[in-house]
Design a protein around this ligand. Structure first.
Ligand SMILES: *[C@@H]1O[C@H](CO)[C@@H](O)[C@H](O)[C@H]1NC(C)=O
Ligand SMILES: *[C@@H]1O[C@H](CO)[C@@H](O)[C@H](O)[C@H]1NC(C)=O
Ligand SMILES: *[C@@H]1O[C@H](CO)[C@@H](O)[C@H](O)[C@H]1NC(C)=O
Length: 319
């Protein structure tokens, strides 16, 4: 596949890492620009994706690494779930802690069935912590203020987020008189990177981490910069070589059509677009992001993570 200009979601997580972000264009969006997550009951207290949790807030330090004496705080949201009918084992019992990624935590809680499904077997307490600068966990009181400028955004780093989780967990365990609880970290994508890094950086706080789809080594000079699209291409090749080839050939075809007489108008009609295209690139960007999203959520069961999709969506598209 060609290398489109649009930022794929999996790389969005690297947007927090300035060195990598420089190479990437548009600003992070999670869910992605084309995702339409459905509002669910239970974004507050109650049920999200059928899982019950209580919403709590923790007074979190804005800057864990300065000694300026001018301390600022923000309210960090976290969800505490019931582990099935039997509930938590109580003080000393295990804690499953989801390291929130770049989005509303209720949404991750509703889409991380593995954590909820496993918790009853271990009588574990389930905690989903929201990442600073996302969802309701906004420093400076509002999203506008938090994202205002480089000064206000200076505290949006993976290091600060990990320290948030370490402080939150330590305080929670103390409150529950459960300092001896083994903690297992969970996370997917950027959240998975956080889970793995947290286990490395704070080994005294967690006994293990399950990092799912977490490209912890995806940095310049470690993996080829084409790796993301190589993987997307492989997903399509695996289902159908001819589908892969058709997509591959389509980029040139689109360009040729677009450059022809009334080409953009014709393309706009063919694809039933609401507005006439100004460039062919806009269309190929849209298409390539659709293929990328399909690869990112190519789950073997129907899901609604980024958008409602059937099981094995790439197979569905290829057949
Ligand atoms: C954003 O920052 C500027 C100064 O750089 C300030 O004048 C303005 O009031 C701030 N806006 C918000 C919403 O905080
Ligand atoms: C621990 O208890 C204190 C006092 O009630 C409370 O302010 C704080 O938010 C609690 N921490 C957590 C992580 O629940
Ligand atoms: C094409 O450009 C015009 C003028 O700049 C703009 O109004 C229109 O929204 C653009 N169309 C699309 C589909 O971006």
């Amino acid at each position: 596949m060609h290398r489109p200009r649009r930022l794929p979601l999996l790389l969005i997580l690297l947007g927090l890492l300035p060195a990598v972000a420089r190479a990437l264009l548009p600003p992070p969006r999670f869910p992605g620009p084309h995702a339409r997550p459905r509002p669910r009951a239970g974004t507050g207290d109650g049920v999200g994706g059928g899982y019950e949790f209580e919403t709590r807030y923790f007074r979190q330090r804005l800057d864990h690494f300065s000694f300026s004496g001018e301390e600022e705080f923000f309210q960090q949201r976290y969800l505490v779930g019931r582990a099935g009918a039997g509930g938590w084992a109580g003080p000393g019992g295990p804690i499953f802690f989801y390291c929130g990624n770049e989005g509303d935590i209720a949404w991750f809680a509703a889409n991380s069935g593995l954590v909820w499904d496993a918790a009853p077997r271990f009588a574990a307490l389930v905690v989903f912590a929201e990442h600073r600068y996302y969802g309701e966990s906004m420093p400076f009181g509002s999203k506008d203020k938090a994202y205002n400028n480089s000064r206000s955004m200076a505290y949006l780093t993976a290091e600060q987020a990990l320290a948030d989780y370490a402080v939150l967990l330590t305080d929670l365990k103390r409150n529950l008189s459960s300092e001896s609880s083994p903690v297992v970290l969970f996370g997917g994508s950027y959240g998975g990177m956080l889970a793995a890094w947290m286990r490395l950086k704070y080994p005294h706080i967690a006994v293990g981490a399950l990092a799912s789809s977490a490209p912890i080594l995806q940095f310049e000079d470690i993996v080829p910069d084409t790796i993301f699209y190589d993987l997307v291409s492989n997903d399509f090749k695996r289902e159908s070589l001819s589908c892969f080839q058709t997509i591959k050939d389509s980029w040139k075809e689109l360009d040729e059509q677009g450059n022809g007489q009334d080409g953009l108008l014709k393309l706009s009609k063919t694809f039933h677009l609401c507005q006439t295209l100004n460039t062919t690139g806009a269309l190929s960007d849209w298409l390539s992001s659709a293929y990328s999203y399909l690869a990112m959520v190519d789950y073997p069961m129907p899901s609604e993570f980024l958008m409602p999709l059937p099981a094995n969506p790439i197979k569905e598209v290829s057949s």
